[in-house]
Design a protein around this ligand. Structure first.
Ligand code: HEM
Length: 316
């Protein structure tokens, strides 16, 4: 087959695969790029009795650029009488002393950028173009801290797969047009108790994460409950690689991490979360010593075709 793959230099980003003279589906570009310095997250629900078809058609005929990532929830897909293999709602989970809330939604948009004002205006445009049909359920803002650290000061994203491995972890392949190049995203807002975190000594904090804050080195003999020991992607069978694109958030008083993980399915995310909760062996991730998830939503991120969202899997 005469296939030529075009890459955006320096970004390791699969932008489009050209086969003969037509353009095949590619991922939404914002998925594979590193987290931006500012972000706005819009979560939508369907208005009572609303039909999503026209609003989604408007979305799919718009040029969303390369800095907006769109995820479609199961309630939208089922309202259209369609199905996307692998898309499901997150199930409520519990572990000793913990129960994790789920917050299903119909649509999720991740606006990436550098300028909060520009993000606000882009968000307002999106909200208007999705009406009638969808209404905003939640708006959150995220930001890059200290070049890519969680608010606790620890570097986040170090063990993310890169280039081909990132694509293999995050993108659907081999399922055909309309699905290939798509991705599944788990979005989970964590609320930190920073005062409690600061009550731990530096060695205790390093042990919670399993890496040294000073140089980001992994601590080989970190306790079994250290976060990176619980989440070690290669220790799962099958391996549980995720493409994490999380950012800190604050609403002025509360603060934490908007955890965003793209996968070719939700399986890797769920395997890691189960182990973090202690459901495998009763040992809970030390992250829960200072942070708790307040939400969890699952969405399908459709591929791009000819510069537009490809919603053919939804019959649009
Ligand atoms: C409060 C929430 C969280 C914080 C602050 C956090 C922070 C971190 C930090 C600092 C690292 C080490 C550097 C790196 O490799 O990125 C890390 C690694 C990792 N985290 Fe988290 N994380 C959180 C939640 C989660 C959740 C919910 C999952 C998945 C269910 C997860 C999956 C992972 C994975 C897969 C790694 C890499 C492990 C490896 O293979 O070495 N994290 N996280």
């Amino acid at each position: 087959m005469c296939a030529a793959t075009e890459r955006v230099s320096g970004r390791g980003l699969l932008s489009a695969t050209v086969v003969s003279d037509f353009v095949m589906a590619s991922p939404q570009p914002g998925i594979l790029r590193p987290p931006p310095s500012a972000a706005r997250y819009l979560t939508f629900r369907l208005q009572p009795g609303a039909e999503p078809r026209e609003a989604l058609k408007r979305l799919a005929s718009s040029d969303l650029g390369e800095q907006t990532v769109v995820g479609v929830g199961l309630s939208t897909v089922s309202k259209l009488g369609a199905s996307v293999p692998g898309l499901r709602e997150a199930a409520p989970l519990s572990g000793p002393g913990l129960s994790l809330p789920t917050t299903p939604a119909s649509l999720w948009c991740w606006l990436r950028g550098e300028d909060r004002g520009e993000l606000l205006h882009r968000g307002r445009w999106l909200e208007a173009s999705l009406e009638p049909g969808y209404e905003v359920a939640l708006v959150q803002e995220g930001f890059l801290f200290a070049g890519g650290r969680d608010l606790t000061g620890y570097e986040d994203g170090t063990e993310n797969p890169i280039e081909e491995k990132a694509e293999a972890a995050a993108l659907v392949a081999g399922q055909g047009p309309g699905l290939d190049g798509g991705s599944f995203v788990a979005v989970q807002t964590w609320v930190h108790d920073l005062t409690r975190f600061e009550s731990f000594s530096l060695p205790e904090r390093d042990a919670i994460i399993g890496r040294r804050r000073s140089d980001n080195e992994e601590i080989d003999d970190a306790p079994v409950w250290a976060h990176v020991k619980r989440a070690a992607q290669e220790s799962f069978e099958p391996e549980a690689f995720l493409l994490r694109r999380s950012l800190p958030w604050t609403d002025g008083t509360a603060a934490g991490l908007i955890f965003v993980a793209f996968g070719r399915s939700f399986d890797a995310f769920e395997a890691i979360l189960h182990r973090m909760l202690g459901r495998e062996d009763g040992i809970q991730d030390a992250l829960f010593q200072y942070s708790r998830p307040a939400s969890l939503g699952y969405f399908w991120c459709p591929p791009i075709r000819s510069g537009r969202l490809d919603l053919s899997a939804l019959g649009l």
